[in-house]
Unconditional design. Structure first.
Ligand SMILES: Cc1ncc(COP(=O)(O)O)c(C=O)c1O
Length: 454
């Protein structure tokens, strides 16, 4: 018997396009006959490459925890106490106030931290402010929580600082929070302290929560030092979201956290902390094994009952070796960022307005007028995948049309190969003078200008 669709009380629509969605589309567009390896510059997972191998300390402590059979049970919903306390101690080293276990909530990576915080904050009619360009998981999460999203600009001409006038203009009495990402994905910028102060003062004046995504904390290789937004917790309450994924090069281990820097106790009084705790009771936990491993990884001062796992290793020695480990990663990323900047500057149809100084990616502007047969950023990415087996993220997915996000956290030799394939692609598609004139006159006609004015 035929049934009418209107009989059903449910229906769903696809809400957003994420980086992962677009990577699948790009994969489908690769040329299977191309014998060359595919080069992945479209997403930031350095872990498969030899130059970005995690520290042996992290691996060893995980194996020890596994073999002990002591950590096979459920963890508490906000995370194991020693692990929460370790994160609190670790973060407090960079803060004027001391965080305690109760200020830290463990999550399955920073993506899960985004889910927890947005779900805990959402209420009917509320809106939230995100950066453009940004990290699309925020938009996707907000859509699933029915939160209205408003975008403020990051300004390329000012080293991708936040357009604070824009923030003031967007906010109203329904705005609950603003998100900043520092060091920045996708732009590779690092905020100065002066700019962070202005952001915190703006959030305080508007009465909105400041959410600081610091998943790339300490991954800096330019002139600006990494400073946590929690430093300004007494100006305005700050929720910091971060994880082990990038700094320890273990995104697959899925361990992250939410940390509240709020010496004035505003978040407790307003019920936000309770709401986060409530949400954590109903969502999945990071594996117990990974949590206990966290409290043993060298950078976190180790002093719990599981001490024997370290088998007498001296924490100071481990501290030193991890310093070397972190510097090695940052040095490799600095060289890769320099190589990207130098090569892109030599390609006439592309430009990179700001040399990356942190995180693992950079934004590149395309001048479609200088390219033939390439309509826009999405077309660029699709054709590049097809013709050169290089995957790169179109800026449209992150909110900026006719830009590209290039993730440079791959093996340096592979990156160089990828950059040369991009150069070859642009040169093959470079516009002849005739083509350029044709496009120019089309542009003039569509903007209703007299030809002479163009
Ligand atoms: C800005 C930003 N926030 C959050 C995340 C998610 O991090 P995780 O892998 O810990 O879930 C990423 C991952 O790339 C990111 O770039």
């Amino acid at each position: 018997m035929e049934q009418k669709m209107s009989k059903w009380g449910f229906k769903s629509e696809k809400r957003t396009v994420t980086i992962r969605d677009f990577l699948e589309i790009l994969k489908g567009n690769l040329n299977k006959n191309d014998k060359r390896d595919v080069i992945h510059l479209g997403h930031g997972d350095p872990s498969p490459y030899p130059s970005f191998k995690t520290s042996p300390v992290a691996e060893e402590s995980l194996l020890n925890a596994l073999r002990s059979s002591l950590f096979n049970g459920y963890p508490p919903s906000a995370g194991l106490s020693p692990a929460r306390e370790s994160v609190a101690e670790h973060l407090s080293k960079d803060l004027p106030h001391k965080l305690s276990e109760g200020d830290v909530f463990l999550t399955a990576g920073a993506n899960h931290a985004i889910e927890v915080v947005l779900s805990a904050l959402a209420r009917p009619g509320a809106n939230i402010l995100f950066p453009k360009p940004g990290y699309p998981v925020y938009e996707a999460r907000a859509a699933f929580s029915n939160l209205e999203v408003r975008h403020f600009n990051l300004l390329p001409e000012r080293g991708w600082e936040v357009d604070l006038d824009g923030v003031e203009a967007l906010a109203d009495d329904k705005t609950i929070a603003m998100v900043v990402i520092n060091p920045g994905n996708p732009c590779g910028n690092v905020f100065t302290f002066e700019h962070m102060q202005k952001i915190a003062e703006t959030a305080q004046r508007l009465g909105i929560l400041l959410i600081s995504d610091e998943v790339y904390n300490h991954i800096v290789f330019g002139s600006n030092k990494f400073l946590p937004m929690g430093l300004l917790g007494s100006v305005t309450p700050v929720l910091t979201l971060a994880s082990m994924s990038k700094r320890w090069l273990i995104p697959g281990w899925r361990l992250g956290w939410i940390a509240a820097s709020d010496p004035n106790g505003v978040l407790k009084k307003s019920g936000i902390i309770e709401s986060i705790e409530n949400y954590l009771c109903i969502t999945a936990d990071p594996a117990t094994l990974i949590q206990i491993n966290l409290s043993m990884i060298s950078v976190f001062e180790y002093r719990y009952e599981m001490k024997y796992f370290l088998k007498g290793a001296v924490p100071e020695i481990l501290e030193k070796s991890t310093d070397a480990f972190f510097s090695r990663t940052n040095d490799t990323l600095r060289e890769s960022a320099d190589a990207c900047y130098a090569t892109i500057s030599e390609i006439p149809s592309l430009s990179c307005p700001h040399k990356p100084e942190g995180a693992m990616s950079t934004m590149i502007e395309i001048n479609p007028l200088l390219l033939e047969d390439v309509k826009d950023d999405v077309d660029f990415a699709m054709k590049l995948a097809r013709e050169e087996s290089v995957m790169i993220m179109p800026g449209s997915i992150l909110g900026l049309k006719n830009w590209l996000r290039l993730s440079f956290s791959v093996e340096p030799a592979i990156l160089r190969d990828g950059l040369e394939r991009i150069r070859a692609f642009c040169s093959r598609h470079s516009n002849t003078l005739q083509g350029y004139m044709k496009l120019e006159s089309r542009r003039c006609a569509s903007s209703n200008l007299m030809h002479d004015d163009c």
